[in-house]
Each structure stands twice: as C-alpha cells, then as structure tokens.
Design a protein around this ligand. Structure first.
Ligand code: SAH
Ligand code: SF4
Ligand code: F3S
Length: 474
C-alpha cells in the first residue's frame, strides 16, 4: 500500500501507525470547488465503496484531496471486523480533535461497517463526528451533508435489499492505472457465527451482470489490464436477466474473461461451500482468468467449523482442495484466512488447523486471533474462553507455519518463466519493476525498457517467503 507522503507531514508517529492500514484519497484534477478527504479501512470492498462515494460527491462539487488540512469534509470509511479495526478509527478520531477545534467548519463523517454497527451511538461516543452513514446509504450523502451544514447531526444507516450502486461509475482512488476492483455483489447471507458482516452489510444481492461487463470493458479501454471481481462470497453470485435467464458466477466470469484476452480477471472471496466445478472449469478454459483462489478455511477442526457455522467440515474442505488441484493443477495459487483461538478451541483443534495447512500448503495466508463481536451468534451463544496469551501463541504458530509453506511454494517457482503484469516500480528501487504472475505472486525484476501495464515473461532466479526475484526473458 502506497502512502501519500504529502498528507503525512502534519501527522505524528501514532497517526502514521494508524494510517499504515488505511488508504488515503488522491489529489483529483477537477474544477470542483470543495475538497473532500477520504481515508478507508478494512477490506477491498470498502476501498471500492470509497470510489463510489467519491463519484457521488463529485456531482456535489467535491473533488478528492490527499491533504487533510485543505479538506472541508473528512470521511473515514470504517471496518468493524475485529475490535482492533474499530480501535484504529477511534484513535484516528482522537487525533483529529485539535484540527476540528481549530477549523470549526470542517465536517467529519463516519462511513462503512462501524457506522452501521454503532449507528447513533457513534455520535454520542465521539463528539467530533457530524455524520454517520451506513454502506447502503451513500446516495443520500448530498442530503446528509446539507443537514450537517445547517448545523444538525445526520444519520442514515438504512440497509437495503436492492442497492448495488450498479449505475455509478467509481472514481478510481489510489490507482496504479493497471489493476482495478469491481464490486459484483453486496452483503452476505452466510451467518458464520463469529462474523459481523451480515449485520453491517445486510442481505446478499448481486449486481446487474451487464453493468459489470460494461465497467470491465470501460476499464480495459482506459488502459487497465486487470480487474478483480469483489464480493464477500462471489461464488454465490446470481443475477436474473430481463429474459429470465440466470447468470451464475461461472457465467459472469466467462462474460468478463471475454472482454479481451489481454484483460486479466481475478476474484475474491470464495466460500468453500459455493465454489463449483463449473467455476473451476471456466477458470481452466480461459488463460486470462488467473489461477489463484482465496479459499478461507478459518479452522482445520471439524468441531470448530461446526461451531463457526461454516457448513463444511475438514474432510469436505480437503476434498475441495483436491478438486482444485485435479482441475487446475498443482500450480494453482491457493490462500487462506484462519482464526486462532475461537470459542472452546483446544490444543487438539489447533493441531488440526496446522495439519490442514500442512495438507494444503497454501501459498499465502491472512491470519487473525479471534475477536468477539457484540451481537454475533458466537457472542450470544458461546464463551470467548481461550486466554489471550494462548490465542497469541497459536496465532504465532499458524503464521510461522504459513511462512514455511509460502517459502516452500515459492521455491517451486525457481527456474520457471511466468507472464508478469507490471504494476509499477518495486518498493526499494526505481531500477526494478514489480508485478504479479497468474498465481498472484509478486515478482521483482530489472526494469530494462519495460513499463507499467506491460506483460513481461520473467524467469524466476531467487525467492524469499514473500517475493520472487527474476529477470525478463524473450
Ligand atoms: N467473506 C469472507 C471473509 C470476510 S472477513 C469469507 O467468508 O471468507 C475476512 C476475514 O476476517 C475472515 O475470513 C476471518 O478469517 C476474519 N474474521 C472475521 N470475523 C472475525 C472475528 N470476529 N475475529 C477474528 N477474525 C475474524
Ligand atoms: Fe462473514 Fe462468513 Fe459472510 Fe464471510 S461468509 S462475510 S466470514 S458471514
Ligand atoms: Fe470490515 Fe466491513 Fe469489510 S467489517 S472487512 S469493512 S465488509
């Protein structure tokens, strides 16, 4: 994640730490007279939503800025997935108090999942907040801003069964001009017992397939080379077209893949219970659909998976992995999410998680200590009884195991040639470029005469657990 250095000069170390996980809006070239600063936390869907918000507010004469000190409207698009995600936002608000005291006219709005979860309570608890807006209420922002300007506090946390913002063209923020996200659905109907998302994002709904294909086509025409289709559970995408035929996720993938062979297609997240053979065969059929699947397991213990209400057990999940490898081959990239220390987790359950990891040998992982979220089924029915030090130790073991597997998987790439889509300079040097291969692995190589957006064949010569290093070949 690139930080916008301009806006950092007025921040202290604490702020920088908070911002390390946030995305900041860019300086938009525009004739708009009002300045809007957006900071986004949480998942890619939230980042994509901020681009919709920027688009809605452009109609209201707002242009985005990376300099918080010149903004008249500050929006924090927040995440509620774990307690520390909310703490980060509370911290950030604390640090905005002096600015708000100095510049009385600046307005502060909280958007996203924390807004939806806490509703008017946020206004009571955080006095500097003027406006609280949930993820389905962004079209109402212009009205809410008017209310705030008239001196009132404004709230809209209505969750919709239909809203998909299908007709709104996002304004790309923090973009490299090569890769972009497209939201294809909203909400989640799964009710995993630990998860707050069904309450903050509402019921699952799929976006008009034609509007998705149009967005992908427009992006390609503007020079983008890769789109990632986003949803909490993309494999349950289902849309009814005007002639009553149903577009499934496999159908949609195919439609987007057909935009151009030079447009790469990725997707995230897949729920293991919903990813079908049809999706796997569609991936196989198109070279431009990347052979990479993010398939969160959450635990390797069938008993814990049952308590989590994940609707699959260990054996079923392993069967899915086997199927992926059968259809797409050993090289297909697979990554995980794991939760350490869920309610009642024993040492044996934890060992089951480690042994599942040994079985799969994931390329990459996102790993978390369980954090109880108020009003979720787990909070209501189960006891968060694994002590913090045990959670931390188990999490550390999971992370260490993942690091070993990432290295092992990366070593398999040594001596092989991959087609890399260049996303920009490597973090360390302007003499090196970085981009990802099909399996979503970052590869660094000498720049020569290549540019952002080029596809380059790269021979991998070295690796660490995080990166592959190589050189371009014919
Ligand atoms: N829809 C995706 C995940 C969304 S949330 C899926 O079903 O996989 C991203 C990840 O955060 C989850 O996969 C889970 O690993 C983690 N997570 C969610 N709730 C959590 C909680 N209460 N405590 C710790 N981690 C959590
Ligand atoms: Fe949360 Fe489960 Fe839905 Fe993912 S599938 S968003 S973990 S409820
Ligand atoms: Fe966080 Fe909401 Fe995404 S809770 S992970 S921002 S859907």
């Amino acid at each position: 994640m690139e930080l916008v250095t301009n806006s950092l000069k007025i921040l202290n170390e604490e702020d920088k730490k908070d911002l390390d996980v946030a995305r900041i809006s860019e300086d938009e070239k525009s004739t708009a007279s009002r300045k809007l600063y957006i900071e986004s936390y949480g998942c890619q869907m939230n980042f994509a939503d901020s681009e919709i918000v920027a688009s809605i507010l452009r109609e209201n004469d707002f242009a985005t800025t990376s300099k918080i000190e010149e903004a008249e409207l500050i929006l924090l698009n927040t995440c509620a997935i774990r307690e520390n995600a909310e703490q980060k936002v509370r911290h950030r608000l604390q640090h905005l108090v002096p600015m708000k005291n100095k510049r009385k006219n600046v307005k502060i709005g909280i958007l996203g999942c924390m807004a939806e979860r806490l509703k008017t309570k946020l206004l009571e608890e955080e006095k500097i907040v003027d406006m609280v807006v949930g993820p389905d209420a962004y079209r109402d922002l212009p009205n809410l801003i008017n209310e705030v300007e008239e001196g009132h506090k404004a709230v809209n946390v209505f969750l919709s069964r239909e809203e998909t913002y299908a007709d709104i063209t996002p304004i790309r923020l923090d973009s490299n001009g090569v890769t972009a996200f497209i939201s294809i659905m909203r909400g989640c109907d799964n009710m995993c017992s630990f998860c707050v998302v069904p309450y903050t994002r509402g019921r699952e709904r799929s976006r008009d397939a034609n509007s998705i294909v149009k967005e992908a086509t427009d992006l390609f025409n503007q020079g983008y080379k890769e789109v990632t289709l986003l949803g909490q559970n993309v494999d349950s995408y289902k849309w009814q077209s005007a002639d009553e035929s149903t577009v499934t996720f496999a159908n949609l993938l195919e439609m987007v893949a057909q935009v151009s062979p030079d447009l790469r297609v990725r997707f995230s997240t897949s729920h293991p219970k919903d990813i079908t053979d049809e999706v796997l065969y569609t991936m196989k059929k198109y070279d431009n659909i990347c052979k990479y699947i993010h398939l969160p397991a959450q635990s390797g213990s069938s008993r814990i998976l049952e308590l989590m209400n994940r609707t699959y057990d260990r054996e079923w999940y392993m069967g899915k992995i086997d199927r992926i490898r059968e259809i797409l081959g050993e090289e297909c990239g697979i990554s995980q999410d794991m939760i350490a220390g869920f309610c009642t987790e024993t040492e044996e359950d934890h060992q089951d998680t480690l042994s599942l990891m040994d079985y799969v040998k994931y390329d990459y992982g996102y790993m978390f200590a369980y954090s109880e979220r108020p009003n979720t089924p787990a909070a209501k029915k189960l006891t968060d009884d694994v002590p913090d030090d045990v959670k931390s130790r188990r999490l550390a073991e999971i992370i260490a195991r993942q690091r070993e597997h990432s290295l092992e998987r990366n070593q398999l790439s040594l001596g092989k040639v991959y087609k890399v889509l260049v996303e920009g300079f490597s973090k360390r040097s302007q003499e090196h470029l970085s981009g990802r291969n099909d399996q979503n692995k970052m590869i660094i190589f000498p720049r020569e005469n290549f540019q952002k957006g080029d596809y380059v064949n790269v021979l991998v010569t070295e690796c660490s657990s995080a990166t592959l290093i190589g050189k371009a070949v014919k």
